[in-house]
Each structure stands twice: as C-alpha cells, then as structure tokens.
Design a protein around this ligand. Structure first.
Ligand code: ADP
Length: 343
C-alpha cells in the first residue's frame, strides 16, 4: 500500500514547549477548571502541611497538554518545596535516579513525566524509595558485589502519564492518590486563552476568545499555541489586531476547523473512511498508512476523536462514527451497517 507522506501538524506538534513557561498559572487559584481534582489536591496539601509531612505520592493521568506538569509545579509552590522534573525515558541509568533522589531536599517533589515509560530496573529502585525512603544500590559485580543502603529524605513522587493502563500494577499501587485530568469545556478554554492573551499583551477583540476556544480541542496547550500562531499572522499579514476576521483567516491557513478538528485528525478520519471503508482498522495499520507512530495516534490524536464521538474503538479496531462522515462531508449512508446475527 502506498504510504501517505507524514503530516506535520503545526499546532498539535510538540515542538515549542520552552515558550509555555510564561503562560503557566502561578497558583492553584489561577489554574482554570479540573475543579474536583483541584479540590482533592488542595485537601492533600492542607492535610500534609498541617501534619508537617510530605505530600503522598500522586499519579496524574490524561491526554497531553491538559495541565499535569503545571499541577506538579503548583503543588511544589503550595508546599513551599523544590520540584525536580524528569521523564520516564530520560531516567535511563540507576545512577541518574540515585543522583536526583539524594539531591532532593526534605519534602521535595520529583516529577516524572511519561512515567509509564520507566524501565523495569528503575521501577524496582523506586519501590523502596517510595515506600521506605531508602535506595539499595549494588556495587561491583561477581563475588565482590555488595549492596549499599542509602537513606533518603522523605519526598513525594508525582508521576504523569498519558497511558495509565500501561503502568505496572506494583508501581500504580504505591501512589496514595490517583487523579485524572479531563478535556476542558469552551468556557474554561476561553478563560485560559484570555489570560494568556493578557500575558502576551495581545488584546483579543469581540468573540475572538470563543473562536479560539472552539478550535482548541479542549486542551490549554493547543489553545495557547493557536493564540501565538494567530498573533503571528495578525502581525505579518494583518494590522496587528487579533480580530475575528484574522482568526478565521489564520485558522484556515493552519487547517484548523471550527469543529476543533486539525489536519491530522481529518487525515485519520479520511483514512478510516476512504481506505478502510469506515473500519474497523487496527492501530498499527492505520499508523503505517499515515506515516505516524502508533503511540502518537493513540496518545495525542485519538482521545479527542473518541471523546467527541468521531471514532469508536471496538475489539476489531477503530471505526469511523456517523459524525466523522458528517465532518468530512461524506454521505453517512455509506457507513457500513454492523453485521447482523445471520449476515
Ligand atoms: P501536560 O503536562 O498535561 O502535558 P502542561 O501542564 O505542560 O500539560 O500544560 C500545557 C500548557 O497549558 C502550560 O503551559 C499551561 O500554561 C497551560 N495550562 C494547562 N492547564 C491549564 C489550566 N488549567 N489553566 C491555565 N493554563 C493551563
């Protein structure tokens, strides 16, 4: 089968995280939405502070860009302690983990992004560290091998994952609190983009915040990125003002639709409908056709398409729902009927 060239989506792509720092909320009060989770975290913080203890280990799961790193930063701020940030794939050697954990101050927070990608060896070092604040390190090999026990300061591990199902059971069971971040609604995204626009000193006119929020895929990172691209467009091709007309033109150029679908989303739906007659199609086959990693499709693109009812996940693979046909302007009658008992 001919491969479709890889689609590089300018908004969903994970390229410019370094620019996000300035837009991060500085306190839990500035953090918009996720009310239930925020309240639970507040209670954890207040209880731990009152007892003069470190926070319990916390696991945050949910799609990328919804605020997991931000929440870890805010927790460190609320606890008045230091945060050290790393990620599962970056923690390759036990020595890296030992260095980080021994360098943490009492009640310090270690944030591990993509914690489901930790190697088994590092996980095994983490268990006693999480439970008893100790590290058992093996020195030398063969007959002269000996184990050294290091005592650590009490610390908190905050893990973030886009794939909580991939976490091993022993690791998951060592978290005292497991919370989920969900997609944001339009009103919440409007508040987020209005705040970001104030910080970027780029006033939004009229209904612009709503237009951006509608296209934000329920995700603060995406709505903020869209704002920056629209600001660029206004500066280079417009008068500098971010008005509705400019937003619509910029979004057309970026191929971001009013329905929140981005270029890669449409490619996914089109591939399922046109190449696989609406599905079902397996994830690996779909990924190969799109020239994309299966993990990227599953972690970055699918959650929104599933939540908005564009696709369905069945035991036999991904299927396009009626809404996908409508979004692409294809007659939904072409959607194959599910096989009946006698067909
Ligand atoms: P994740 O770790 O889940 O991938 P981040 O915490 O890095 O997501 O958030 C991405 C960006 O979105 C941050 O720069 C932050 O400015 C913004 N953001 C996320 N959640 C919120 C929120 N609830 N309110 C305001 N801004 C947010």
């Amino acid at each position: 089968m001919a491969q479709t060239p890889r689609v590089t989506d300018p908004i969903l792509q994970d390229g410019d995280r370094s620019l996000e720092g300035g837009l991060r909320p500085k306190s839990l009060n500035e953090f918009v939405g996720q009310d239930g989770l925020r309240e639970n975290l507040r209670i954890l913080v207040e209880a731990a502070t009152a007892r003069d203890e470190p926070l319990e280990h916390i696991l945050l799961s949910g799609p990328p860009g919804l605020g997991k790193t931000t929440l870890a930063t805010l927790l460190a701020g609320e606890m008045g302690t230091r945060l050290v940030v790393t990620s599962g794939p970056a923690l390759e050697r036990a020595a890296d983990l030992v260095g980080i954990l021994t360098g943490l101050p009492p009640k310090g927070i270690l944030f591990v992004d993509e914690i489901h990608r930790l190697s088994r060896t590092i996980e095994e070092y983490l268990y006693p560290a999480m439970e008893d604040q100790r590290l058992d390190i093996l020195l030398d090999r063969g007959p002269s091998a000996r184990s050294v026990r290091l005592k650590l300061h009490p610390f908190t591990l905050v893990g973030a994952t886009t794939r909580s199902g991939r976490l091993s059971a022993p690791l998951r069971s060592r978290f005292g609190f497991v919370g989920r971040v969900d997609f944001y609604n339009i009103v919440e995204l409007m508040k987020i983009v209005e705040r970001s626009a104030r910080i970027l000193q780029c006033p939004l006119e009229g209904e612009v915040a709503e237009e951006l929020a509608k296209r934000g895929r329920g995700t603060p990172r995406i709505v903020n990125r869209l704002l920056r691209r629209v600001r660029d467009y206004a500066q280079v091709r417009g008068t500098g003002d971010v008005d509705k007309h400019t937003v619509l033109q910029a979004c057309e150029l970026l191929q971001v639709g009013e329905d929140g679908l981005h270029e890669m989303d449409r490619k996914i739906l089109e591939t399922i409908i046109v190449k696989f007659s609406g599905g079902p199609v397996g994830l690996n086959t779909l990924a190969a056709c799109l020239g994309e990693e299966p993990d990227t499709i599953e972690e970055v693109h699918e959650p929104f398409l599933l939540q908005e009812g564009y696709i369905e996940r069945t035991p036999r693979g991904r299927e396009a729902a009626v809404r996908a046909y409508q979004a692409l302007g294809i007659d939904a009658k072409l959607k194959p009927k599910p096989p009946g008992l006698f067909t």
